[in-house]
Structure formats: C-alpha cells, structure tokens
Ligand binder design. Sequence first.
Ligand code: PEP
Length: 259
Amino acid sequence: MNRKYRKTIIAGNWKMNKLPSELKTFSEALKALVPRAKWCEVAVCVPAVMIPGAVRAFKDGKVCVGAQDISAAEFGAFTGECSGAQLADAGAKYVIVGHSERRQNHGETNELINAKVKTALANKLIPIVCVGESLEQREMGVTLEVVTLQIKTILSDITAEQVKKLIIAYEPIWAIGTGKTATAEQAGAVCTAIRALIRGMYGARIARSVTIQYGGSMNGKNAAELLAQPDIDGGLVGGASLDPAEFAKIIMAAQELEE
Ligand code: PEP
C-alpha cells in the first residue's frame, strides 16, 4: 500500500448471498467493530436489488455501496440487466466489472468488459476491473501474458484521466472461494507487474495513482501480509466479507498498516 499516492480500498463482494432484511443487522455489527475507517475506504458490492437498502443501512458507518455487474448498454430491451444510470441513481459508487464468475458463467469477454468499463465511467461509477489467471495458466507460466492481454484489451480506448478513476483487482481464479490464497510474494509480484504495465501505457504519474487490489481467499489472518506488499492497495473480498467480524479484521489490518 502507499497512502501517499493512492487510496486503499477494501471492498466486499457479497455475490448472491444475504437478504435485504439482513442489511441492518450486518451494518450495525460492522459499525460496532469499525466505527469509522480512517485511512482506507470500505465498500460492499451487493446484489442490485439490495443497493438502495445497503445505501441506507451503511450510511452512518461511511461504508460505500457497489454493484456486481453492469450492462454495456445504456438502456432499452435488455431483460434482466441493470444500466449504469440505474445503478448510480440507486446509490452505487462502485461496480465490479469482469469478475471471473461472470466470465465463466456468462461468457463475458475482455471486449465486453471494455464496453462495460466505458459505460460505468460514463455514468460516474468507479469500475473495479477484475483480471487474473486460471490454475492451468499459472502452471504453464503464462500468468503475466494472460493478465497483460486482459488489461490491454479492457483498457483499450480508455484515456489516462479515466484510468486514474478506476480500480484494478488482481484475482487469480484458482484462489477465489477455494481457501487457497496466493502467497503475498506471488500476489505482490503480479500487482507490481500490473503497475509497470500501466506505467508503460499511461506514464509514471498515472501508474502511481491507480489502486490495485488483490482478491482470492483474503481473510483476517492473511490480510496484513498481503496488504504489506507495496503494490497491493486493498482487497476485493468474497467469503470473508459476509461475516462482519472477519471483514472488520481485514479493514483493521489495512488501517494498522497505514498508521
Ligand atoms: C471474489 O469473489 O472476488 C473473491 C475474492 O472471493 P473469495 O474472497 O471468497 O475468494
């Protein structure tokens, strides 16, 4: 992390878990544990139907709300999808784009993710752009090639000013929901390579300012070590964000490192 140059952001990804009626209890429990995050921004990315309730429930604790997906289209005949304007109007600040579960279960390509990033930015949402390799790709030694291709395609036609506004989440697919975390060195090395790539594409000033998160079985025990890596500026947290106590431990780990 490097608070001098960029924001630290801990974002929960609730996926398709929890009910709207559970928001208040969760937010109160989290607030009791972390009254106000000082140095880092905290967000929870909830199912679209829960966004307005989450905005109300988390307001006091200064926790921001995000969505988990966005339509690439502005409006119209897209049954089941949510537009950027709708998500923003409902109160979302962030939107996860290109999560590996969307790539795997819905065939999302880097080209479609590029279109979604543009729609998110056009609607003043902050995209959390997910990239990462499969276990097979890591074992073949092509992690950096895969991540480079993902980022180059996803950021095509995205200007330097726009890149400054987005977040990149490095999420090795083999570490998501599996309990297998990348070691701090493995995760840190890829995040450093991502920053070097951004430097090559947009220059040093922009690269220094981009928040790069790690995601993949982050929890209260391993968060401090991961977040101590110089190019890991936060976490995208699935399973551990469903439990206020565990999520709070990750937030506290980020805060302690920043102090
Ligand atoms: C995720 O879904 O983005 C994620 C990182 O999940 P988990 O923390 O459960 O591995």
